[in-house]
Design a protein around this ligand. Sequence first.
Ligand code: ZN
Length: 331
Amino acid sequence: MYFYCEKCKKPYPLNTHSYICECGGMFRLHKDKMDEVHNDITLGEVETPLLPLKVGKLEVLLKLENLQPTGSFKDRGAHALINEINHLGIKKIALDSAGNAGASIAAYAAAAGIECTVYVPDDISPEMSKQIEAYGANIVKVPNGRMSTCAAVKKNLGDAYYASHVYNPLFFEGMRPMAKEIYKQLGDRIPEYIFMPVGNGTMMIGLYQGFMELGRLPHFVAVQSSKCAPLYEAFKVVDEQPKKTTIAHAIRIERPKRITTMLEILKQTGGDVVTVEDAEILKAKKYLGSKGVYVEMTSAAALAGAEKFFAKGKPDNYKVVIPMTGSGLKR
Ligand SMILES: [Zn+2]
């Protein structure tokens, strides 16, 4: 296995301290047939259930990723990433995160005995920062939002390996099996639609790779906050709006690094992008709670997006899957 540049194809070893190619291109992962990601470090990751839910006339299936060990889907990526870098003998890592990825990677780093520093925005929820600290990671709070954390970690990496859930393709590798899980749970069937909240696109890109392996693709519908919708603007070719803070913290990514890949995925899957208002997110979160499902705002955003998309109804035989990205206990 090795990384290669998506632009000029130059190869890099997995233990490289570069996080992008010298030409500026993002890395992708090259895997040979025999290559398998290691999995000896575990925190008890689970095959998450698909829970049927009815909202008005709309029937959907919630993929309960909030039930993973640290309470979010990011555990899938962290599991693959930490296992591989542990196998490479790396002992010190740093990353930037709005919260969930930081908690996941810190937890798996703890299990592997790897020193971990997480750069977070200074308005991170106290629950989230307590969780990251509980795993023994060092926290560095950076003012001025999510973009500054990315700049700060890059500037201060030193001898640490950049264990980024955005730059490092090993993270996406961990997301892939989720597609197969959904396929099996539906009785060897690909859902017609999958709605996902999109910030950096980790879930979207990982799921796309997973469904590609299965040979058929659902329509991917990305859901973004109307206050921060860079993918929507690029997909619909509309003017860029000033980006504001939304209650859906995990998707307030102003300039996602892999936006070109995400646009390709939307086109290839006959997908779409929907934006939702904070009020719609709150309403969806309240509804989910009233049905016994307690998730973060970002997960509620995906449900709000599906409701909006299918406002005029959906064909009865369509299966619609909505991953619940994270637990409500975090924020
Ligand atoms: Zn390159």
